[in-house]
Design a protein. Structure first.
Length: 245
């Protein structure tokens, strides 16, 4: 199993250590085991998990990506950065990034306590001392001083509208940090709708990079603060989803 993971990643330019391959393999085992009693993912086939979850999560660190976006290297090349994964679900992309970048301090945030229990189990089993999982709503934590504007890199692979993601994710991004949203091929339609949200939140779109992943296309979309983030955002939990900017 570990050898197959290494082979798939090497085909996309990654060089994984035996320990990283073993950790991803154990992550897969735990994912399938826990998925029997709670809904973590509809994808449980090994080959599909490696491609559609593991490799997809790792695209941010892909050699292809660094070539396309050298401006992001200022953030990604730092040994110890603080990362927040908003709406992490079963740990994607946060846990995969944690396995590949053990020097990063990574916070996994999810609103469902059962998923957080799973994340705690994975963190413990894999010995990921640099990772923590917390239960809460992004709208609430984004207003707390301990989290607000504190993270160098914020990521989200959540299936949510860009307008919503900007309001609930950008409050975590430091002044010089970056928010990266994992999107599908229709992201440009969402981006057009998000122009008002970007203006209101003082956010600027800095890049979008497209990748082929099997038969699908994935896009990483980056955003930065354009000015001081408005104090009144994010709005109360539930409101951003019901009334997107």
């Amino acid at each position: 199993m570990s050898n197959r993971i290494r082979s798939v990643f090497e085909s996309r330019g990654f060089s994984l250590s035996p320990e990283q391959c073993d950790r991803l393999s154990l992550f897969f085992d735990l994912l399938v085991k826990w998925n029997q009693r709670m809904n973590l993912t509809s994808i449980t086939d090994f080959e599909e998990v490696v491609e559609k979850h593991f490799l997809d999560s790792a695209l941010l660190l892909s050699p292809e990506f660094s070539d396309m976006q050298p401006s992001l290297s200022d953030v990604l090349s730092v040994d110890a950065i603080h990362v927040m994964d908003v709406g992490t679900g079963a740990g994607f992309p946060g846990l995969v990034l944690a396995i590949l970048r053990p020097s990063w301090e990574i916070t996994l945030l999810d609103s469902l306590n059962k998923r957080v229990e799973f994340l705690h189990a994975v963190i413990s089993e894999l010995g990921l001392d640099h990772v923590r999982a917390i239960h809460g709503r992004a709208e609430d934590l984004g207003r707390e001083d301990v989290h607000r504007l504190r993270y160098d890199l914020v990521v989200s692979r959540a299936v949510a509208d860009t307008r919503l993601l900007l309001e609930i994710c950008m409050p975590f991004v430091s002044d010089n940090g970056i928010f990266v949203s994992y999107k599908g091929p229709k992201f440009s339609d969402e981006l057009s709708l998000a122009s008002h949200a970007m203006e209101e939140l003082r956010v600027t779109h800095i890049f979008d990079c497209s990748f082929s992943l099997g038969e699908s296309r994935r896009v990483l979309v980056g955003f930065r603060h354009e000015g001081e983030f408005p104090e009144k955002y994010p709005r109360r939990a539930g409101i951003p989803a019901k009334r997107p900017l």
